[in-house]
Design a protein. Sequence first.
Length: 203
Amino acid sequence: MPQWWHDCGNALYFGKGARLPAKVMESLVMFPVRDVLIVIGSDLDWLTSLLVGGDNAIVFVGRGCAITAGALYCGADSRIVLQGKVLGTRSAIVDARNGGSVVADLDQLWAANVYIATDDMHRLEDAVTGERINPFGAHIRLGSHVWLCRDAVLTGHVEIGAGAVVGMRSMVRGQKIPERTVAAGSPARIVREGVTWSHDDLP
């Protein structure tokens, strides 16, 4: 990293065997940021993008994470914390901005094109009152052993309970999904309770 990056109070730490692609390293100095902390505990050779777009951002990727062709974006005063063992099979996007946070406990399975975002990036307001009506800098928390199926979308204040499954092409927006349930649809609703799931594909 260039000297100015360190002089601005930024820090980048790698665990043993952890890596970022050269192009991703180059992108980390695209924006003049301060007091940014990045901790990488996994080999992320297949990560497409890691952008930090503002001061006081924190990105933590724990051990055992594999995110293929995925992208992480963290804005000012925002947080991305992937505690470990996140398997993103293809093109997962995690976007935390406007003081929001995305925190994922251990053991995540994210199928292709999962999209997790703390807000919509553009203001939608009530034409009469001027009040913003779409999410802004929300907090998203995924419990342990969560399966997000292909094209699942999580946005706004969201809490996914441990062992839960979010179905293919489902949207969880400003909702709390209980543990060990299956949520499906747009908006998502609970379609099954008392489930457990496995990485194995067995009869």
